[in-house]
Unconditional design. Structure first.
Length: 228
């Protein structure tokens, strides 16, 4: 009888051990499933490309912003050094603006954008020559109409600082803001956002001012000859 009871006890103990092993293995499977559900899948190639392109876009935007911030100072520095100016190229552009092919001047801006990533002129020779021509015209006008010294100086300052430089800077600023807010094309996020540079807007003012200036000078000369 004691042997039967001992055999039953050992059988029950073995059965309980099997139950514990089964429960433990089941809990491990459930935990394994939960762990598998919590595993984060690695980023796909498209996500990698999007992240890399976003980083490239950010770096290129930062680099272009830094270059665009330094360009006006470089432009003014070159404006102070006459030896760094390409006078012949500026004169050729002026002659082209007076012909029936002024679009050639704007094509050079397009090529400059493709090669240097900016629209405005690097060389301030065009602006410097235009200012010199305007000063000469103002002095000639004052001499022709026998203006006093104070009248000549006031007319010179008014023509150069307000009619040409001040009005040009104001028009360039307003035109640039309108173009950047309403006229630029916003493409996909993988491309660098394009914007109109202030120096380029001022270049457009100078390009448009020069033919009008030449016509007015010609009319003035004709008028002086007529009254004489």
């Amino acid at each position: 009888m004691s042997r039967i009871i001992g055999t039953m006890s050992s059988a029950e103990a073995a059965h309980s051990r099997k139950s514990r092993i089964t429960v433990a293995s089941g809990s491990d499977d459930a935990g394994g499933n939960n762990n598998n559900n919590n595993i984060v899948s690695p980023p796909s190639s498209s996500n990698k490309r999007g992240t890399s392109s976003g980083m490239m876009h950010h770096h290129s935007s930062s680099a272009s912003h830094a270059v665009g911030h330094n360009r006006p100072m470089q432009y003014l520095a070159r404006l102070m050094d006459f030896r760094q100016m390409d006078i012949q190229s500026a004169l050729d552009q002026m002659k082209t603006l007076l012909t029936s092919r002024p679009h050639v001047v704007y094509k050079t801006s397009y090529y400059r954008k493709q090669t240097k990533n900016h629209w405005a002129r690097d060389d301030p020779a065009f602006v410097a020559l235009q200012g010199i021509f305007l000063v000469i015209a103002c002095i000639a006008y004052s001499v022709a109409f026998k203006a006093t010294l104070m009248g000549t100086v006031s007319f010179l300052l008014y023509s150069v600082l307000w009619n040409w430089l001040g009005a040009g800077m104001l028009i360039a600023t307003i035109g640039r803001e309108i173009a950047n807010r309403h006229l630029t094309v916003h493409s996909s996020g993988n491309h660098v956002r394009q914007s109109v540079e202030w120096l380029y807007a001022f270049d457009i003012h100078c390009n448009a001012f020069f033919p009008v200036f030449v016509v007015l000078c010609k009319l003035l000369v004709d008028f002086v000859i007529f009254i004489d």
